[in-house]
Design a protein around this ligand. Structure first.
Ligand code: NAD
Ligand code: TDX
Length: 328
């Protein structure tokens, strides 16, 4: 099976390539990645075929899709804070890029799995007993989540109007190795490893539903194998924690007092809470997460950043300089 992985030099895509190597040795992987600031050749095994190109470039996409049996689409601009500063690459990559891919899979009748986010559903109140499920109406808050919502709707329309063979997954917040230091958990871990302090936006009460990246990628393969075409599957591992709880855990794991963090200015429009009900994935497709305890996965992730300073160090100063400009 020839598998085209878009965005395979990013956090989840590179872990997907590594997971595929370990569990699906028969798959021949080709990565298409533009190597933006978020893409890193060093995240991939050295012998993986990497085509450096843009998912919105119809010519390169057509050629690669024509030679594939399956496309798994991770390529995106992924950081909310960046989307508030300059939304234009988000529209181009997330919307036009997905459109470009859809036209190619339609032409060549190639199976597509579209990787999306729970952020398309907006946010929940802290005390809301409900969680996001496949039928929850779309209500995105940020330019990032609006462009991901747009890309999901394009996929749905191409399934219905043109019979494209596609599935969609909407996953909660991922953590693990190879995640860019701009994101919440790696930023705090690397601050701590540098002798600095974690930075919590606002009051730190916002809740995210954490899942280990390997559990996400195992779920993607489960959907590729057994998912019903045209369907959407929620992916989540019951990992709700407030940002403050995560920071307190990280402080504990690195031997600091639990209150040694800074509260910084809040993200505009900051979503309060995400929570996923993954019943369909569990009951219909039989998926079960391996990282049952967030605390264990987080400890392993701290160790990964301790062991891989050469990977994250080159991005750290520039990332913190960007945050300093935002007052965060
Ligand atoms: P990331 O920012 O780490 O990686 C994105 C990758 O896409 C990078 O390698 C980048 O170079 C590449 N890319 C960007 N623009 C491109 C373009 N025009 N053409 C080709 N490649 C391009 O993001 P991530 O966290 O790995 O997220 C991957 C996907 O998973 C995204 O679609 C995101 O919306 C989705 N997702 C992420 C999370 C999360 O917690 N990180 C949760 C749910 C869903
Ligand atoms: O320094 C920080 N301090 C802080 O309190 C940073 C960087 C973030 N935060 C907060 C904001 C969020 O409430 O932590 C939470 C997580 O922030 P991010 O890592 O930026 O993730 P989020 O905005 O929740 O989006 C992530 O999950 C869904 C991914 O970046 C998206 O790509 C994915 O779709």
């Amino acid at each position: 099976m020839r598998v085209l992985v878009t965005g395979g030099a990013g956090f989840i895509g590179a872990n997907f390539v590594r997971w595929t190597r370990a569990h699906r040795p028969e798959a021949q992987v080709v990565v298409l990645d533009a190597l933006t600031y978020a893409g890193n050749r060093a995240s991939l095994p050295g012998d993986v075929e990497l085509v450096v190109g843009d998912v919105a470039d119809a010519e390169v996409v057509d050629r690669l899709v024509a030679a594939s049996d399956l496309v798994v689409h991770f390529a995106a601009e992924s950081h909310n804070d960046n989307s508030l500063h300059d939304p234009s690459p988000f529209v181009r990559t997330n919307v036009v890029g997905t459109f470009t891919l859809l036209e190619a899979v339609r032409r060549h009748d190639v199976r597509l799995h579209h990787v999306s986010t729970d952020e398309v559903y907006g946010d929940l109140a802290l005390d809301d007993p409900d969680r996001f499920r496949e039928s929850t109406p779309y209500n995105p808050s940020s330019p990032y989540s609006a462009t991901k919502a747009g890309s999901d709707l394009l996929v749905r329309a191409w399934v219905r109007s043109f019979g494209v063979r596609a599935t969609i997954s909407n996953c909660s917040n991922n953590y693990g190795g190879y995640q860019h230091v701009e994101k919440f958990i790696p930023r705090q871990i690397t601050n701590l490893l540098d002798g600095g302090r974690p930075k919590l936006y606002g009051t730190g009460e916002n809740v995210r539903d954490w899942i280990h990246v390997d559990d996400h990628n195992a779920a993607v393969w489960t959907i590729v194998d057994r998912g019903r075409l045209g369907e959407t599957y929620m992916i989540g591992a019951d990992g709700e924690r407030s940002n403050r709880e995560v920071v307190e855990l990280l402080l504990e794991l690195t031997g600091r007092p639990r209150d040694a963090y800074d509260l910084v200015s809040d993200r505009p429009g900051h979503d309060l809470r995400y929570a996923i009900d993954a019943t369909r994935l569990r009951t219909e497709l039989g998926w079960v997460p391996e990282y049952a305890h967030f605390e264990d996965g987080l400890a392993a992730t701290v160790q990964w950043y301790r062991d891989n300073e050469a990977w994250w160090r080159p991005q750290k100063d520039a990332t913190e300089a960007k945050y300093a400009q935002l007052g965060r």
